[in-house]
Design a protein around this ligand. Structure first.
Ligand code: ZN
Length: 172
């Protein structure tokens, strides 16, 4: 190969790097490849050592699977996201067979890939799955209690003042 240079766009990123050799990618892409190889090695080593290989959505809203009608669960979703970020050693390597730590399939999800100890991954997955039915049950219990208060008000078992007091209590 001649030591020539090319002004054609880099096949990796499309940028023109006038120092690029015709049979190579640009310096930025070379660095990115080295970095990717390092991430892959890190993920493979940790997975081989028995750690879980996991992924979760790269932003809170891609992990927003905990929801209850009429209740703001943003803090719950943010807490789960922060937890994932705190325990997962990111690899950025999109290997096969990653476990879904948080999130759900959606066409535009960007995933974070990484490793964490198996018991930690299992605990987060269990926590995530447990929260939804718990929040649903809490919401449904509130609806039933409200319906019961209305029935008692209507039946004259509850004065309008008592009804207002009971309602006020629910705000706290
Ligand atoms: Zn490039």
């Amino acid at each position: 190969m001649s030591g020539g240079r090319t002004t054609k766009p880099c096949p990796g990123c499309g940028k023109v790097d006038r120092f690029r050799k015709p049979d190579e990618v640009c310096r930025d892409c070379k660095e990115a490849l080295v970095e990717a190889a390092r991430y892959r090695k890190l993920a493979q080593e940790r997975t081989a050592a028995g750690e879980a290989y996991v992924r979760y959505g790269a932003a809170v809203h891609w992990n927003k699977t905990v929801h209850v009608h009429g209740v703001d669960t943003d803090p719950v979703n943010l807490a789960l996201f922060d937890l994932a970020q705190a325990v997962v050693v990111r690899s950025e390597w999109q290997g096969k067979n990653s476990q879904l730590l948080l999130g759900e399939y959606h066409y535009d999800v960007r995933w974070v890939y990484g490793n964490c100890p198996v018991p930690v991954a299992e605990a987060i997955i269990r926590l995530h799955k447990t929260l939804q039915p718990l929040l649903d049950a809490t919401y449904n219990a509130g609806v039933l209690r409200g319906a019961d208060l209305l029935r008692r008000l209507n039946a004259g078992e509850l004065s309008p003042v008592e009804f207002a007091e009971a309602k006020e209590k629910c705000r706290k």
